[in-house]
Design a protein around this ligand. Structure first.
Ligand code: TRP
Ligand code: SF4
Length: 328
């Protein structure tokens, strides 16, 4: 039996940090053998908020692809592509925009929240309201069965499902209705204990040097209740400990857990150990990345092939779509 297909994307607004790795990429990696995976750079989506400063999009697209491959997404197994290289997405978006009732978009919780929060940018635009319509085009173009995303994206996939049903109902059955494959939320937080994000300035990037990692880890907020060295701590609420759980061996994790609760270890020492484990854990990823950086033409070739494969699928889907809506 052929594998089910999944599609997911990321907006190219900066290089990858550990929030991306533990919040999405390792999940994508786990899915890569079970599903036929289409992973793409959503550069048109980035343009909805970055339209005034599009250079960031161009600069980060290939950085992100190299990050993806470095963490273990396998270009021989997954199809990587760039959204704007597949012009069919724009056509499908246009057709979906005809059949999508405005209230579906206006009541979207992510939309309302972003309008409130992204006050530095003027995103009260036609394109930004239509963000989930474009996302529906991305997903349905490949007739995906599933969409691996975090909780924040679930309403968008819900809308994709509604658009698929509406299209199938109005015309003919073209699209499977895709499932949300919810990514387990990452335990790792930024160094200030907020969600890790480039815009908060609290992120550890895959491309950070050893010195940057050491400095950032030393600044991490630990158990906020543990004010003095002699106070016992609670690893269960400590972000440093969450990193230990991922990057340190089991015995060390258990020892730290016990020692922290009895105030037998200080946070400074604990962080030093974590920084070492983290650097060790990231070393093979950084090594792989250096290889890719030295051979950009190979990365470009991977993208050319991926885009071609995506384009072939998209062109077949669009034939069916045009026939369904009785357009040439
Ligand atoms: N909206 C997603 C995000 O902000 C990116 C995205 C665009 C996407 N198109 C998609 C994700 C299709 C999954 C499927 O992260
Ligand atoms: Fe966190 Fe380690 Fe400090 Fe305990 S000792 S609070 S686990 S940093």
């Amino acid at each position: 039996m052929s594998k089910k297909r999944i599609v997911s994307g990321m907006r190219p607004t900066g290089k990858m940090h550990l929030g991306h790795v533990h919040g999405a990429l390792l999940n994508w990696k786990n899915l890569q053998h079970e599903y036929e995976c289409y992973y793409f750079i959503a550069d048109w989506h980035a343009l909805t908020s970055e339209y005034a400063n599009p250079t960031i999009i161009k600069e980060t697209t290939y950085e992100i692809i190299m990050d993806w491959i470095s963490v273990g997404l396998d270009p021989d197994v997954c199809t990587f592509f760039i959204q704007s290289e597949i012009k069919e997405h724009a056509e499908l978006h246009l057709i979906f925009s005809m059949i999508t009732p405005l209230p579906w978009l206006e009541r979207n919780p992510t939309y309302k929240e972003q309008l409130r929060e992204l006050t530095q940018r003027d995103i009260y635009t036609y394109g930004f309201l239509g963000y989930p319509v474009l996302q529906a085009a991305d997903i349905l173009m490949y007739k995906a069965h599933g969409v691996p995303v975090g909780e924040d994206q679930a309403p968008h996939v819900e809308l994709t499902r509604e658009i698929a049903r509406r299209f199938n109902h109005l015309y003919t059955d073209v699209f499977p209705v895709p499932d949300v494959l919810l990514t387990p939320t990452s335990k790792v937080l930024g160094i200030d204990r907020r969600k890790m994000s480039k815009s908060y300035g609290n992120a550890i990037f895959l491309t950070d040097t050893d010195e940057e990692i050491e400095r950032k880890v030393s600044q991490m907020i630990t158990d906020p209740q543990r004010k003095r060295r002699k106070d016992p701590g609670d690893p269960g609420i400590c972000n440093v400990f969450s990193f230990h759980e991922i990057y340190s061996d089991e015995q060390t994790v258990n020892e730290i857990d016990g020692a922290c609760r009895k105030a037998e270890i200080g946070c400074v020492e604990c962080k030093k150990m974590m920084a070492e484990a983290l650097k060790k854990g990231l070393a093979p990823i950084r090594e792989k990345r250096r290889e890719l950086e030295a051979d950009i033409s190979k990365v470009k070739e991977i993208m050319r092939e991926g885009c071609q494969k995506a384009r072939d699928v998209a062109s077949e889907t669009m034939k069916e779509v045009r026939a369904a809506v009785k357009l040439p």
